[in-house]
Ligand binder design. Structure first.
Ligand code: FMN
Length: 384
């Protein structure tokens, strides 16, 4: 069979063939290879979707290098995803002086004594190894204004804000010809992002991987469409194949933003130990927890969750908790304690049986959705 056509207004807006975006995925821990690296972006954009770089843990310079590398490898549109936490955006960027990075274990010493003591006690009791993980003090999440400026100077085709409201940068982005997308997990935030002038809003349901809210996808998507109107909405949270894509289009979404399924691809930047965890997981094997970032996020269940709950500690504010969790995950990984390590991932993990090239994932999704919409649905549903 030849290539299928499956288009929405999103395809015209972004200059792409299929209404599928791979989500901007940062890493599960500081220092790790990012979940949505250059390779994934290029593969998805070349296959006719739009790949989004997960740049939240890059330094500003690393992000610039990655953007230039993407441009070298493809002339197709792509996106860059940053986290824009409100309190950091309003505080402005810290001065550029000082070191670029420092050992994370040293930074941990500045944390509340209760938390530091717990890490050290756990390390000793479990005989975990020393680590030399470095923390980038010039990461884009800590320098949102500098990072946004680079995205604007580089005229990235699509700017995506994974946390917070991109409203402050939209006029400059639009002046540079850049489209802006924001992500939300409830109608209040969907409305806020749409009213701030974003071109697109992603509505991510409770079942999605990474930061996630309390409202399930099927309930959220139609309410988000109403709240954002006339701004188009992309569906996220639980989409792993063409059935999810067809459902989202049937509800009225203009396209889909897919994380976990693309993380579990050849080009997805998760560690092998994390990809294994996704392949083994069933639909019930993820948990929503404050453990990783201080905000609610979803990851595959592992014994680190039990350890954290038993500690009965207050989560530290974002992004400080990210650093605490990163120290622990790095020690578990180095000690090969697989049962304590799992990636951010959504409930769709139960559907994922194979690590495949991203282009194949996208093509299968298009083929299945096109078949449902053009043949299977009319065959199965009689409409008077
Ligand atoms: C490993 C991983 C890392 C993520 N990191 C980010 C991030 O840095 N920025 C962001 O906007 N969303 C992030 N997310 C959320 C995704 O953008 C997306 O909304 C979510 O994966 C959609 O649900 P799904 O996993 O069911 O497809 C992450 C998701 C995963 C699985």
């Amino acid at each position: 069979m030849g290539k299928r056509t499956l288009r929405t207004q999103l395809c015209d807006m972004l200059g792409i063939e299929y209404p599928i975006l791979s989500a901007g995925m940062g890493p599960s821990l500081v220092g790790e290879k990012t979940g949505a690296p250059v390779e994934l972006v290029v593969a998805v954009s070349e296959a006719g979707g739009l790949g989004v770089l997960g740049a939240s843990a890059y330094t500003v310079d690393e992000m610039l290098d990655a953007i230039r590398e993407i441009k070298k490898q493809t002339d197709k549109p792509f996106g860059v995803d940053l986290l824009l936490p409100g309190q950091i955006v309003s505080a402005g960027d810290a001065s550029g002086d000082g070191p670029d990075e420092m050992p994370l274990i040293d930074l941990l010493k500045t944390f509340p004594k209760t938390h530091y003591d717990w890490v050290m006690k756990t390390k000793e009791e479990m005989e975990l190894p020393d680590i030399d993980l470095m923390i980038g003090l010039k990461a884009t999440t800590l320098r949102p204004h500098a990072a946004v400026k680079v995205c604007i100077d580089e005229k990235v085709p699509l700017f995506c804000s994974g946390l917070g409201n991109p409203g402050f940068m939209i006029p400059d982005a639009h002046a540079a010809g850049i489209k802006v997308l924001g992500i939300a997990g409830n109608t209040k935030n969907v409305r806020r992002i749409a009213q701030s002038g974003a071109d697109l809003v992603v509505a991510q349901g409770h079942e999605g991987g990474g930061h996630t809210g309390r409202v399930g996808s099927l309930a959220l998507w139609p309410q988000a469409i109403d709240a954002a109107s006339p701004t188009p909405v992309l569906a996220a949270g639980g989409i792993g194949d063409g059935r999810g894509l067809a459902a989202a289009l049937a509800i009225g979404c203009t396209g889909v933003w897919v994380g976990t399924r693309f993380l579990a691809s050849n080009e997805g930047g998760a560690l092998d130990i994390q990809k294994d965890a996704i392949l083994k997981a069933t639909d019930e094997d993820t948990r929503r927890t404050y453990l990783y970032t201080g905000k609610t996020s979803r990851a595959t269940y592992n014994q680190f969750h039990d350890l954290w709950e038993a500690a009965d500690l207050e989560p530290l504010p974002f992004p400080i908790q990210v650093m605490l969790a990163s120290v622990m995950v790095e020690m578990f990984t180095k000690a090969d304690k697989k049962e304590f390590v799992g990636p951010f991932a959504g409930q769709v993990v139960g559907l994922i049986k194979e690590i495949k090239p991203a282009a194949e994932i996208l093509e299968d999704m298009v083929e299945e959705a096109a078949d449902i919409l053009s043949r299977k649905l009319p065959e199965r549903v009689t409409v008077g």
